[in-house]
Design a protein around this ligand. Structure first.
Ligand code: GLC
Length: 800
């Protein structure tokens, strides 16, 4: 479909020479002789927006992706002009616009190095069928350039050499080459000469990216309608590119409640009530921590959303309460399809209020999903979202459901070749009336948004929890997500690993896979290996279709149950560490998982690494993705890494073999790290935390760590009721110093830290806390290098 080879030049139209320009505050308008206007907005010194029209008239400026909270403002903005170019300069970037043909090139202001340049640049083809244009862009690929991002693509982390489509699609049992799948995140990162930039093509039509696939040194992107409208985001650090993209499209509106970071158990489906309770009891009997149980579609009456099957669940409120008494939060599924049934009030109301999507000539959009023939709310209509959010009142406020799972919101339609709405379906698009061609990719996002609004309203003063399958850029503001209907295979374990990393570098960190695989059934070994990976994913849930048997931690033999318990316990111990990573993500847009290339882009070895990743800031994990493995080779990024299991140190910058029998997995801690841990709990809040362990890993040199805590739910933290501790570690030959700076008004329940020293190169003879020497008996140096001290210490000296 792309028309960018020479043969296909025909039909393509190009901007001619620029004849004028004007500046309005932070925006320049360059106009060509043939009426193309480039609107160039300087959002930030390192974020430039490029928007083109081919008719001199722009459409109304509207985007579901860009948040109103996005940072704006620059330190410097200049424009100059010579014979051939206009040059726009900020404190980070130089942008040249060629007068002859409007082609753009971007340079780093500090060293004048070329970051990205147009090849053909913007061009278009008139869309006779639909009106408007098919908008296109081609750029030259620089020497050694690699490409990353694009959301949930289940392929190699480095996208070079491939072509992808952005069209949200229900993809049961997708494979490693299936494209597109559930999400459309038209954002990629280019990396060359140690510098990274990003491009976010904010166009919700079906769009494509080609990374040197069609032509060896050309990258292109195009969409079937709408505007050529993209943001250029400069790093040069890749993590800054991701953070700036996340700032633009939105960080989550609130921190997730801590329980949502616990372990979740799901299946299609647990019913009746006695089955749900049996599962709950088993978790507690076997002492496997678990925070959430899910009800899939069978809890409803004939799959009608917001109803209950009273035969299976005679008293949902009572059941939800009894589960809550045992520490389980109930999460229920809600799909977009509303069953056509005049005796069903949600359907009747939707009909009366004219809230369902319609075809071009007037009939309702009718499609088959689980309940049979359905109509579908137009979630792109703000009034519909408001109505939808209100429908959660009973579920949340009265029955006590704590989370809602939005599925099939691509929107999926059964028994039709396109698996979704036909393109003529009409949408409100927040007053920018359009067809499904434009609204398709945002439909699921708007559903999740409406659900979020409902949960937020009715869960208050607690925080909402939503999970969605479909997403467009920006969906991370409202909800968590999972990677859809994967398969219980070793290959899919690898895919899950890549997808979670890729989603994190695409601004969407609250992500996980169906642990163990959705379709088919894993054996115990695969399940155990998947749990090992899953505890390092921001969202950690086992889910399966149930067609092929059970998939609970105890389904396999006792040995597997023990392994699963052991790893879920590690997850619960690491909750304060993970929560701190979430705090950084919701505050600064820093991804929770960092592919090695994101962690150290200066080392070209990392550019093609798929398996290893950094969890938070300090933990390096690498799943075992093959059967019968006793370990594996893995790559260690630069630095020194402590083996989590035995404290052995590995020097980074190389590959090495790591032993990992089935009850183990390669986990390493960055030297100098301070890792906070809570005691194992069966669910969040089970125990009052009366001591926090700080695992301190000696380093000769300096390292910073942090610990963020608050009430773990509610909104008080937004008023300053949080506790943020910065730890500064300085290791010397004969001394280890830890300084602590604290801010925030929240008072944590514990009084002491148990400091556990790892890798000490000397025998401790003296300890000072806040400049006072402490007698060993007072602070209790245990035989195992642990010290218990007040959490209020400001400086700890451990001396040889
Ligand atoms: C879809 C979902 C899956 C769910 C099933 C039934 O396949 O992806 O998670 O269990 O529908 O609701």
């Amino acid at each position: 479909m792309i028309l960018n080879t020479e043969l296909e030049y025909k039909g393509n139209l190009f901007p001619s020479n620029i004849i004028s320009y004007k500046k309005v505050v932070d925006t320049f308008y360059f106009t060509t002789k043939n009426n193309v206007v480039l609107q160039l907005t300087v959002q930030r010194d390192s974020v430039l927006r490029f928007r083109y029209t081919t008719t001199a008239i722009f459409e109304k400026d509207f985007s579901y992706a860009i948040t109103k909270y996005a940072s704006r403002g620059y330190n410097n903005l200049e424009i100059s002009e010579d014979k051939d170019y206009y040059t726009v300069i900020t404190s980070k970037l130089i942008c040249k616009i060629a007068k002859a043909d409007m082609r753009i090139s971007m340079y780093d202001v500090h060293d004048n190095s070329l970051i990205c340049e147009d090849e053909l640049g913007f061009h278009w083809e008139e869309s006779h069928e639909f009106g408007g244009d098919i908008v296109k862009m081609t750029k030259t690929s620089q020497n050694g350039e690699s490409y990353y991002g694009l959301g949930d693509k289940p392929v190699h982390i480095n996208l070079k050499g491939k072509r992808y489509e952005n069209w949200v699609t229900d993809s049961y049992a997708y494979g490693k080459d299936t494209d597109p799948i559930y999400k459309a995140i038209p954002f990629y990162i280019g990396l060359h000469h140690k510098k990274a930039y990003g491009i976010f093509f904010d166009n919700s039509f079906r769009s494509y990216f080609d990374f040197c696939h069609e032509r060896r040194n050309i990258t292109s992107f195009w969409a079937q309608g709408g505007e050529m409208n993209y943001y250029f985001i400069y790093g040069p650090q890749m993590s800054d590119v991701v953070a700036k993209y996340t700032d633009l499209t939105g960080k989550p509106h609130e921190l997730p409640a801590l329980w949502t970071l616990g372990y979740h158990q799901c299946k299609w489906s647990y019913y009746p009530e006695s089955k749900v309770k049996e599962v709950a009891k088993k978790f507690r009997d076997l002492k496997i921590p678990c925070d959430a149980l899910y009800l899939d579609i069978d809890y409803m009456e004939g799959f009608r959303c917001f109803t209950w099957n009273k035969e299976y669940f005679p008293n949902p409120k009572k059941m939800v309460k009894e589960l809550a008494d045992e520490g389980f939060k109930t999460v229920v599924i809600i799909d977009p399809g509303i069953k056509i049934d005049m005796n069903y009030d949600v359907f009747r109301e939707g009909l009366e209020k004219d809230y369902f999507c319609k075809r071009a000539d007037g009939p309702y959009m009718k499609g088959k999903v689980w309940p049979g023939e359905c109509y579908f709310p137009d979630f792109t209509n703000p009034e519909v979202r408001e109505w939808w959010s209100g429908l959660f009142k009973e579920l949340v406020e009265d029955i006590g459901v704590k989370g809602v799972w939005n599925d099939m919101n691509e929107p999926a339609v059964m028994d039709v070749p396109d698996k979704t709405f036909p393109s003529d379906v009409r949408h409100n698009y927040d007053g920018n009336f359009c067809s499904h061609r434009k609204a398709h990719n945002v439909y699921g996002m708007q559903m999740a948004r409406a659900t979020y609004q409902g949960l937020k309203k009715f869960s208050y003063p607690k925080r909402p929890f939503v999970i969605t399958r479909a997403a467009y850029s920006g969906t991370q503001r409202y909800t968590s997500t999972w990677t859809g209907d994967n398969v219980a295979s070793w290959e899919h374990l690898t895919i899950a690993n890549i997808q979670a990393q890729r989603m994190c570098m695409s601004g969407f960190s609250f992500v996980g896979s169906d642990i163990g695989g959705f379709a088919e059934q894993p054996n115990g070994e695969l399940y155990a290996r998947w749990i090992q990976l899953g505890i390092f994913h921001p969202f950690c849930r086992t889910h399966s279709s149930g067609d092929h048997g059970d998939q609970e931690p105890w389904t396999f033999d006792d040995n597997i149950t023990d392994i699963v318990r052991k790893f879920i316990e590690i997850r619960y111990q690491l909750l304060p560490y993970l929560y701190t990573a979430f705090w950084r993500y919701t505050n600064e847009g820093i991804p929770i998982l960092k592919s090695l290339v994101l962690f150290d882009q200066s080392d070209t070895h990392t550019h093609y690494r798929n398996d290893e990743f950094i969890f938070g800031e300090k933990i390096l994990a690498c799943p075992i993705t093959e059967p019968n493995a006793k370990g594996r080779r893995m790559f260690f990024p630069k630095g020194r890494w402590y083996n989590f299991w035995n404290d052995e140190v590995v020097k980074g910058g190389q590959e090495a073999w790591v032993d990992a029998d089935l009850d183990s997995m390669p986990i390493f801690i960055k030297e100098g790290a301070i890792i906070p841990k809570y005691p194992v709990q069966q669910y969040v809040g089970e125990k009052k935390i009366d001591q926090v362990t700080l695992d301190v890993y000696y380093k000769k040199g300096r390292e910073k760590s942090e610990l963020y805590e608050d009430a773990h739910d509610g909104y008080d933290y937004k008023k300053g009721r949080f506790s943020l501790r910065y730890f500064n570690l300085v290791g010397k030959k004969n001394e280890l110093i830890i300084q602590q700076h604290k801010s925030g008004k929240f008072i944590t329940s514990y009084k002491t830290f148990k400091i556990k020293l790892h890798g000490m190169p000397f025998k401790i003879s003296k300890i000072q806390v806040d400049n006072e020497e402490i007698a060993f008996e007072d602070i209790k140096v245990n035989g195992d290098n642990t010290i218990i001290i007040s959490k209020e210490f400001t400086e700890l000296h451990v001396i040889a």
